[in-house]
Design a protein around this ligand. Structure first.
Ligand SMILES: NC(=O)c1ccc[n+]([C@@H]2O[C@H](COP(=O)([O-])OP(=O)(O)OC[C@H]3O[C@@H](n4cnc5c(N)ncnc54)[C@H](OP(=O)(O)O)[C@@H]3O)[C@@H](O)[C@H]2O)c1
Length: 363
């Protein structure tokens, strides 16, 4: 847990409940939220009205108040929000075509109907209202969640989510600490467990290489596989070495000292590589895998969103499928597969029980 606490401070956070105009205390009785109240039709939020650089960010006190549309939804009052690289990319238009299709599958709305768009993929807060079918949560429950990129984000006073996207926040974490975790943790879990096939009972003595170990996803991945008994090698810049050794990395290679493929090639081969860096890593990384042993290469840097933005949804999907298939074909002789994690949000991960019930707690 100590290492977990340390890493949460490395994420970019916004403590919204301390922002001007955001109420910091909750009513003690009755429904927490009065939808009939005049002041509840709008809320403060950071929004964007078009894609671009930081200048497109606008603070407003008049963002639309979220409403429950489905009986399994909950409204969460945001106490702390977290940003991820995907928020920065989405501000610039990344994934616009794919996400628009997800928001409006029948293509009924005009283009640009996603604006004003609220960014922020992590939230920690308190349930303010539950849909009629919600049985697992009650008002005032403290919860955390990773918000799917096609939904309005957490840089606002309130956010509406499906109950199955939310879990109870661990009591040992403050809201600020908790808001640093969900998106990167579900991404790391999705890559290692759902795609990479790793579990706490099959990692002992496996050799794992994490490219880009010092980032949000990497720091979680190191702790998970280390807690499960794997031998962990990471690449990072030199100034992150001490931090990563503290998280459990057995071997650290400094990527700023020269091409990492040379020192990595001299090491014993790996059972799984998690690639958080992309670029030309795919060119040499496959050679570092153990041949004929079901070893896996899992990359988080996928061309899927860029392809659909550039070519449209249908052509972009076909282009991505062709790219992934051709890479898989090249590797199929020796390695089980080349996997691409398109979105951590496609997998349902119960953060609280999965992370705190098994992996990190066992440290
Ligand atoms: N965050 C998420 O939840 C999420 C979800 C889906 C996909 N992804 C994708 O996964 C990747 C990693 O995300 P992240 O959130 O971990 O990013 P991040 O927090 O920005 O971390 C990236 C890390 O990569 C390291 N790095 C940069 N160039 C490197 C190189 N050539 N070799 C080794 N390390 C290098 C940097 O390390 P130093 O600081 O040591 O230089 C940095 O800490 C990104 O491509 C992102 O788009 C992320």
């Amino acid at each position: 847990m100590t290492s977990l606490r340390r890493l949460v401070h490395s994420r970019v956070l916004l403590h919204l409940s301390e922002s001007p105009g955001v109420h910091s205390s909750l009513p003690r009785c009755g429904r927490l939220l009065s939808t009939s109240s005049r002041c509840r039709t709008v809320m403060p939020a950071w929004v964007i009205d078009k894609y671009g650089s930081n200048e497109v960010l606008r603070f407003t006190k008049n963002a639309s108040f979220p409403i429950i549309n489905y009986p399994n939804e909950v409204i969460v009052k945001v106490f702390a929000a977290g940003l991820n690289p995907i928020d920065v990319a989405m501000r610039g238009g990344y994934g616009a075509a794919t996400l628009s299709m997800k928001r409006d599958p029948l293509n009924i709305k005009q283009s640009g109907s996603e604006f004003p768009l609220v960014l922020g993929r992590d939230v920690s807060g308190v349930i303010m209202e539950c849909g009629l079918d919600v049985k697992y949560f009650r008002e005032r429950d403290e919860v955390w969640a990773a918000i799917p990129p096609w939904k309005q984000g957490s840089l606002a006073e309130f956010v509406v989510l499906s109950a199955n996207e939310v879990s109870h926040k661990p009591k040992c974490l403050s809201h600020i600490e908790a808001a640093a975790i969900p998106y990167v943790a579900t991404t790391a879990w999705s890559a290692l467990v759902n795609t990479g096939g790793l579990r706490k009972d099959n990692c002992a003595n496996k050799r794992i290489l994490i490219l880009g170990g010092s980032g949000g996803v990497g720091t979680f991945a190191v702790q998970m596989v280390k807690a499960w008994g794997a031998h962990v090698t990471v690449t990072c810049s030199q100034n992150a070495e001490r931090f990563l050794r503290g998280l459990g990395a057995d071997h650290v290679v400094d990527y700023t000292a020269g091409p990492v493929e040379e020192p990595l090639s001299a090491l014993e081969k790996f059972d799984l590589i998690l690639d958080n860096v992309g670029g030309d890593t795919e060119r040499w990384a496959l050679k570092l895998l153990k041949p004929w042993s079901g070893s896996k290469y899992v990359t988080l840097v996928t061309p899927f969103m860029q392809n659909t933005d550039r070519l449209g949804v249908a052509d972009g999907m076909m282009q991505t499928a062709a790219t992934v298939a051709s890479k898989a074909l090249k590797a199929v002789w020796c390695y089980q597969l080349v996997s691409t994690v398109i979105s951590s949000m496609s997998q349902n991960v119960d953060l609280t029980s999965d992370l705190f019930g098994s992996s990190l707690q066992s440290q």
